[in-house]
Design a binder for this molecule. Structure first.
Ligand code: AMP
Length: 219
C-alpha cells in the first residue's frame, strides 16, 4: 500500500506516520528527516538544504526528487510505504505519479490531516525533541517531568531551528501557497480522505484506521 500523509506543518503527520508504519509494517519515509540526516552528515547537499530549511523555505524540487527516487526504489519499498512531507508542490506530485506509472504503480490513498491554521503556530513553537532518542514533547501539551530532559532516556531536549516563530510563519505561508493546492490535485484523482487532526494523537490514529478499513480499537 502506498500512502501519502498530507497536511500543514504541525498537523501530526510524523507522529501518525510512525504509528501507521508499525501497524502496517511499511517504511516511514519523511523527506524532512532525510534532509536533517544529510545535514548532520556534513555533506555539501546538507549545507545547501539547511539554508532553505532554516528560513522555512522549501528545498528545490530536483534535490527532493533525487532523494525520493532513490529511496522508493529500495527493496523495503516493494510492498509500499508511507510518505510524510512529500510531495509538497504540484511538480513533486506530478513527478511522483510519473515515477510510479513507469512501474505500473499508483498512490492508493492520500490522508489529509486537517488542523485549523491558527493552532499550528503554538503547536510548532512549543515542540521539543530529545537529542538522544528522538521522542517528541510539547512545552504545554506534553511537558517532560524535568525541564529540558527526556522522560524516556534522560537525554537533552532541543528545538528545531525551523520551529522558531519567524520560520514557522514562513512555513505556514509556504504551505498555503505551494502545498495546499495538492488537496485539489488528489481530490480529482479520488484518492483523498480527510482526517480530523484537531484531537488527541490516539483518536487521530483510530480515525485513520477506520478510513483505511482497519479495526484498531481491539488492538
Ligand atoms: P518537515 O520535517 O516535513 O517539517 O520538513 C522540514 C523542512 O524540510 C521543510 O520546511 C523544507 O524546508 C524541507 N522539506 C521537507 N520535505 C520537503 C519537500 N517535499 N519539498 C521541499 N522541501 C522539503
Amino acid at each position: 500500500m502506498r500512502i501519502i500523509l498530507l497536511g500543514p506543518p504541525g498537523a501530526g503527520k510524523g507522529t501518525q506516520a510512525d504509528m501507521l508504519s508499525k501497524k502496517l509494517f511499511l517504511p516511514h519515509i519523511s523527506t524532512g528527516d532525510m534532509l536533517r540526516a544529510v545535514m548532520g552528515s556534513g555533506m555539501e547537499l546538507g549545507q545547501k538544504a539547511k539554508a532553505y530549511m532554516d528560513k522555512g523555505q522549501l528545498v528545490p524540487d530536483n534535490i527532493i526528487l533525487d532523494i525520493i527516487r532513490d529511496r522508493i526504489g529500495r527493496p523495503d519499498c516493494r510492498e509500499g510505504y508511507l510518505l510524510d512531507g512529500f510531495p509538497r508542490t504540484l511538480p513533486q506530485a506530478e513527478a511522483l505519479d510519473a515515477m510510479l506509472a513507469a512501474n505500473d504503480n499508483a498512490i492508493d490513498v492520500v490522508l489529509n490531516i486537517q488542523v485549523p491554521l491558527e493552532l499550528l503556530l503554538e503547536r510548532l513553537t512549543g515542540r521539543r525533541g530529545c537529542l538522544q532518542c528522538g521522542t517528541i514533547y510539547h512545552q504545554l501539551y506534553s511537558p517532560t517531568k524535568t525541564e529540558g530532559l527526556c522522560d524516556a532516556c534522560g537525554g537533552s531536549l532541543y528545538q528545531r531551528t525551523d520551529d522558531c516563530e519567524a520560520s514557522v510563519q514562513k512555513r505556514l505561508e509556504v504551505y498555503e501557497v505551494q502545498t495546499a493546492p495538492l488537496i485539489a490535485y488528489y481530490e480529482k484523482r479520488k484518492t483523498l480522505q480527510f482526517i480530523n487532526g484537531n484531537q488527541p494523537a490516539h483518536a487521530v490514529m483510530l480515525e485513520l484506521g477506520q478510513v483505511l478499513g482497519l479495526d484498531w480499537e481491539k488492538d
